[in-house]
Write a protein that binds this ligand. Structure first.
Ligand SMILES: NC(=O)c1ccc[n+]([C@@H]2O[C@H](COP(=O)([O-])OP(=O)(O)OC[C@H]3O[C@@H](n4cnc5c(N)ncnc54)[C@H](OP(=O)(O)O)[C@@H]3O)[C@@H](O)[C@H]2O)c1
Length: 479
């Protein structure tokens, strides 16, 4: 004997209809708002349409297969649900209501006999599950979460080697994600500039932002890689507002030329993700006579961010995200030898010092641009399985491979800092897995006020002295 149960719940939220529809119709995001869901993934590439399938894994252990069977933009979504225990039809209807949007969620479950008996014995269980799901959706769409606070417990754990390092692995990511809030902020009107988008973490940031519908400018040094990636992102996400700009970011002439082109195009930048990077051994000097780690990891993002300030200031909720590394915890900035001209060179040390320098810039920019509304933060992606790590640290890679995060896991905090309303409330901080962490673990790595002043002065002089005097040809204009 079969048995039916119908849930019919409505909520109203102060969000425009198209934003609400966009968030809910990407149904895999149910994992952010329904407390009974452990994970959800979209199985069909492209924008949601008839035939798009999702797999939703419930915390209770049941897997549900969803398929969209009807969809009308800004109006409604009809899905079938199949699983080994039950089947259902879920309809979600959207309409404008009192300056916001009303969402009506109707689920019609068809239980086979054993579950029907359960439902008769505990009639309130399914009802409560439905109510808590729509309450979660309301909270997600209201998007009114408090600013994340620093945790003294986390800071103390960071100072102990094992708890600190354990967090860098995929286990740290899994443990942290349990307390994350939904991110429903609308991204389709926002523009991201991402450096190092052709591999690893940068590529994962680009993929996620493309899924969220943002307009992307990928900064790359290989045109071939850029074209292949853009084709893949367009096919996978349905987002065709993705272009690229070519620049070797270890060459300051290229960085300045890139800035000139972006400034000339004039599009506001809502998200600037300074991600490109590499750990190099032995010491290398660029054709411009700069030490490579310093040039790529510190001076290049410094020039890019300083010069793009006017485009950031034009955006509605601008963010700068600097991709740093836990390696910076080991080093203090050496203002007298920023390019390791003296003594023995170690790629890891030069890398960590450059990241330390970019942390100092993160704090400076956050303070300097507070009145412009520009939020600047830095993050550590954790230890991530990327070509960069495999190439630069083969021994470490072999040893830790099974504990490394996926690029998507490593990219998560950068995307969250760039997109969430919650993260817009804090500036000038260092983050891992959406948690604030101290920028120093010991006084030994802290620069004095005079050293900080000297660093800023040296960098400012280099921003000016490396500026290209020659106007940039129009052939590389934004596509
Ligand atoms: N993976 C980790 O565990 C880890 C940990 C801490 C911090 N990070 C940081 O995360 C960021 C991304 O690293 P990843 O692990 O994703 O490395 P990756 O896979 O090697 O990717 C690095 C990206 O930077 C680009 N890039 C390198 N040199 C460049 C240059 N001179 N000009 C323009 N683009 C350049 C690369 O372009 P090509 O594709 O052309 O090579 C690539 O797109 C880096 O800043 C790194 O320091 C990574």
């Amino acid at each position: 004997m079969n048995n039916n149960l119908v849930l019919d719940e409505s909520i109203e939220v102060r969000r425009p209809l198209h934003e609400v529809f966009s968030y809910v119709s990407e149904f895999s995001r149910i994992e952010e708002w329904d407390p009974s869901v452990a994970t959800a993934v979209k199985l069909t590439p492209g924008a949601p349409r008839v035939g798009t399938r999702f797999r939703v894994d419930l915390r209770a252990g049941l897997a549900l297969d969803y398929e969209i069977i009807a969809i009308e933009e800004d109006a409604g979504l009809l899905m079938t649900v199949d699983s080994r225990l039950l089947s259902a039809r879920e309809e979600i209807l959207f309409e404008e209501a009192r300056g916001g949007t009303r969402v009506r969620y109707i689920a019609e479950f068809d239980f086979p006999a054993p579950l029907a008996a359960f439902n008769r014995l505990f009639p309130g269980v399914m009802d409560r599950v439905g109510k808590s799901a729509v309450a979660g959706l309301k909270e997600a769409l209201e998007d009114d979460f408090e600013a994340p606070r620093a945790s003294s417990l986390l800071a103390a754990a960071d100072r102990l080697v094992f708890p600190g390092i354990w967090r860098f692995t995929k286990l740290g990511y899994r443990s942290s994600r349990r307390h994350w809030k939904a991110v429903s902020a609308y991204q389709r009107e926002r523009h991201a500039v991402i450096t190092g988008a052709t591999s690893g973490i940068g590529e994962a940031v680009a993929r996620r932002l493309a899924e969220l519908g943002a307009r992307l400018t990928l900064v790359v040094r290989s045109e071939e890689k850029a074209r292949a990636l853009i084709d893949e992102l367009r096919a996978g996400t349905g987002n065709d507002r993705i272009s690229y700009e070519i620049a070797d970011l270890s060459l300051m002439a290229d960085v300045h030329a890139l800035c000139d082109r972006l400034l000339e195009a004039g599009a506001p930048i809502d998200m600037l993700i300074n991600n490109a990077g590499a750990l190099v051994n032995p010491r290398q000097q660029t054709s411009e006579g700069l030490e490579l780690s310093f040039a790529l990891l510190l001076l290049s993002p410094c020039i890019l961010t300083e010069r793009l300030h006017p485009l950031l200031a034009k955006a509605a909720s601008p963010r700068v995200v600097n991709v740093l590394s836990g390696g910076m915890y080991t080093q203090k900035i050496d203002v007298d030898d920023l390019q390791t001209r003296n003594g023995e060179y170690s790629g890891s040390v030069a890398y960590a010092k450059a990241k330390r320098g970019l942390m100092i810039l993160t704090e400076e920019w956050a303070a300097r641009w507070e009145d412009d509304g520009i939020v600047v933060n830095a993050m550590h992606p954790g230890w991530v399985d990327t070509p960069g790590v495999e190439d630069a640290l083969p021994g470490f890679y072999k040893l830790t491979k099974r504990l490394l995060r996926t690029p998507g896991q490593g990219a998560d905090t950068a995307v969250w800092l760039a997109t969430s309303s919650e993260a817009a409330k804090v500036s000038g901080e260092f983050w891992l897995d959406r948690d604030r962490h101290p920028s120093h673990l010991s006084d030994r790595t802290k620069e004095t006020a005079e050293e900080r002043r000297q660093l800023l002065k040296t960098l400012a002089e280099l921003v000016d002295s490396t500026a290209s005097p020659v106007p940039v040809p129009a052939t590389r204009a934004a596509r």
